[in-house]
Design a protein around this ligand. Structure first.
Ligand code: CP3
Length: 355
């Protein structure tokens, strides 16, 4: 496989002037760009048809499926960016961690990692471990033309929460127990996860991704003090590992109202905001040096169209005070969402005049 070198990726790409990248950089846009977290997935009948009989993780390692599933929402909704179809646990699977994605549950780890002797499992990731995935990224970039591709990774804390708990958790009790009772092991664990996530993001950009998003979905479970001490240095290391590549870095978590400033400061160009904080208030918390992404409540899409569009209009107005605004939901598309509601929302956002 011929992957471009960093030198070739530094050349202007057809995506450079897209509204999405302009908003991420805080430059004027012709209209508000929009994409949706989890836009590729179970809300789309064409996704369900393609995935029939293929386990989730297996589909993530099949380049032709990754390309097709990533393209589906771009074709259907006309969104301003694609996010490559994968999952935050894919790089861990690729280096040999015994885990699976259980339908309706999420990632489940066979032997939860809670002891120092287990850390060796989290070795550095190499391009060969994810050759098929990088091939898919490379192919996608060709197919997408001027539409930017967002690469992504799970942030060290959110990855650690799955590894330590062994699966999804409501209170993250065991994760926090490890963090507070063995800080040295904690920092070693998060340090390894940061290396993996950083290297994986770098490979995606070198294969042609135009932006990256670091998902720290469950960081909102932490106090600001714990976030700052136990998590921020590792998220900063991840974002730092792609700083020289010149692509926008988006950083997102759920329930992170009290962490928005801190999440920006670890090296994000764009901070993703969930629906709990009004976007204009979030802009105040994040400051003038970063753009914002968000923040329609995903369940609003089950309301009448007038309600959805009224809320979208409010969010666009609230985003005007930001350096740049990328419209999105405040978390992922729910599987039960009517795809037509998403298409109508894209049309509305694109057509909405900013006053
Ligand atoms: O369109 C996109 O956004 C790209 C695809 C994507 C998936 N997972 C596909 C997926 C992305 C960006 C993710 C990231 C991810 N995975 C996160 C961070 C984003 C977030 O939602 O907060 C997290 C926390 C995970 C872990 C995970 N994987 C969960 C919680 C689940 C859902 C469990 C379920 O079945 O309800 C998964 C599985 C998963 N990842 C699915 C998809 C499409 C569903 C599996 C299927 O279709 O069978």
């Amino acid at each position: 496989m011929n992957l471009p070198t960093p030198e070739t990726t530094a050349r202007p790409r057809p995506t450079t002037d897209s509204d999405f990248l302009r908003a991420c950089r805080g430059e004027p846009t012709t209209r508000t760009p929009v994409w949706f977290m989890r836009q590729a997935g179970r809300s789309l009948p064409e996704y369900l048809a393609l995935r029939e009989g293929v386990p989730m993780l297996e589909s993530c390692f099949r380049p032709e499926m990754v390309v097709e599933i990533t393209m589906q929402p771009v074709r259907r909704h006309g969104v301003d960016a694609a996010i490559f179809f994968s999952d935050i646990v894919v790089p861990l699977k690729a280096i040999g961690v015994d885990l699976d994605i259980v339908p309706g549950t999420g990632p489940v780890v066979a032997e939860p990692i809670r002891r120092r002797e287990q850390l060796h499992q989290l070795r550095e990731i190499e391009p060969d471990d994810v050759a098929g995935i990088l091939e898919a990224v490379h192919g996608l970039v060709g197919e997408l033309g001027a539409t930017p591709l967002i690469g992504f990774a799970g942030a060290p804390f959110t990855l650690a929460s799955y590894l330590v708990e062994g699966g999804p958790s409501r209170d993250h009790r065991l994760t926090k127990q490890l963090m507070h009772s063995d800080p040295e092991l904690w920092h070693d664990l998060l340090g390894r996860l940061a290396s993996i996530a950083g290297a994986f993001l770098r490979m995606q950009v070198q294969a042609g991704a135009s932006a990256v998003q670091l998902f720290d979905s469950w960081a909102g479970t932490l106090s600001l003090a714990d976030y700052t001490e136990f998590v921020a240095p590792h998220s900063r290391a991840v974002l730092e590992s792609v700083a020289d590549l010149g692509v926008p870095r988006i950083h997102f978590g759920v329930g992170t109202g009290e962490l928005l400033g801190a999440m920006g400061e670890v090296g994000a160009d764009v901070v993703g905001v969930d629906w709990r904080v009004p976007l204009d208030e979030a802009v105040q918390r994040i400051g003038p040096e970063r753009s914002v992404q968000g923040n329609l409540d995903p369940t609003t899409l089950f309301a009448p169209t007038e309600v959805v569009h009224a809320q979208a209009a409010r969010i666009i107005e609230q985003g005007r005070g930001a350096r740049g605004h990328v419209f999105n939901l405040g978390h992922g598309v729910l599987p039960e969402t009517d795809p037509d509601a998403l298409t109508r929302l894209v049309e509305f956002v694109h057509g909405h005049e900013r006053h």
